[in-house]
Design a protein around this ligand. Structure first.
Ligand code: HPA
Length: 245
């Protein structure tokens, strides 16, 4: 069963025929909200709103461990994360869809592992390729079927938030090799890997990152909602093709 975590702009799947909602508890506490089980384009999926259904949980307070644990326990066999980002690379303009292939992690203080070494041997998982190649391939296939344009391959920088970045921070991320910046990619990706839940992402560029393009002087979020709304229609279309595979 495909699991979908929706971020800003995707707190519910309007095309999802919801069959049941399930409140789950995990050894790590409660997920961001009830899991919604339903049918999307005729296929069973489970959906979770990362920031809660009322969008009340900021990125640094999301219980990433509970979210991933609950989806795995619910029977998810792959996970697609949808998340908005700021665009750094020139082609990552507002409205663009991006399927990232690498991650930089600038977050701190988040519960970022299931392997805390408390009651088991220390474990070091491989994370060379942070996104599952098979799930990426399936997303890209769905993208072609849906006749939607995406940017295949980008380095996603995860920043702590909830504030946006300074222009100098974005310059630094760019020097480090980042193409887009968001606040939730980590530890979500690594926790999925630790539980062996194949994970990949679709990023929606909501705005130029600080100091770039129209955000040269400030990041204006007024336009973001409109950009996200339009882009999420394309994302929903991709997800419908994805779950039919
Ligand atoms: N920075 C960080 N996270 C984001 C941004 C941004 O500019 N836009 C959407 N999520």
């Amino acid at each position: 069963m495909l699991a979908i975590i929706g971020g800003s702009g995707l707190t519910q799947l309007s095309s999802l025929e919801a069959l049941r909602r399930e409140v789950s508890r995990t050894p790590y506490g409660e997920p961001s909200g009830a899991l919604t089980f339903g049918r999307l384009a005729g296929c069973e999926v489970v959906f979770l709103a990362r920031h809660g259904y009322g969008h009340t949980i900021p990125p640094h307070r999301v219980n990433y461990r509970a979210n991933i644990w609950a989806l795995k326990a619910a029977g998810a066999t792959s996970l697609v994360s949808v998340a908005s980002v700021g665009g750094i690379r020139q082609d990552c303009v507002p409205g663009a869809l991006v399927v990232p292939n690498q991650i930089l992690d600038y977050t701190w203080g988040r519960a970022h592992t299931f392997f805390d070494g408390l009651d088991e041997l220390v474990r070091h998982i491989d994370f060379t390729l942070p996104y599952d190649e098979e799930v990426r391939r399936r997303i890209l296939h769905a993208v072609r079927e849906a006749d939607v344009e995406v940017i295949d391959g980008a380095v996603y920088a995860t920043t702590q938030g909830p504030r946006l970045e300074t222009a100098a921070e974005v310059d630094r991320f760019e020097r480090d090799g980042a193409d887009v910046v968001g606040m939730t990619g980590m530890p979500e990706a690594v926790l999925a890997r630790e539980l062996e839940l194949p994970y990949a992402a679709i990023n929606v560029v909501a705005n130029y990152a600080a100091g770039r393009g129209a955000s040269a002087q400030n990041v204006r979020f007024e336009r973001v909602e409109q950009v996200l709304h339009e882009a999420m229609l394309r994302v929903r279309n991709v997800l419908a093709h994805l779950c039919r595979q």
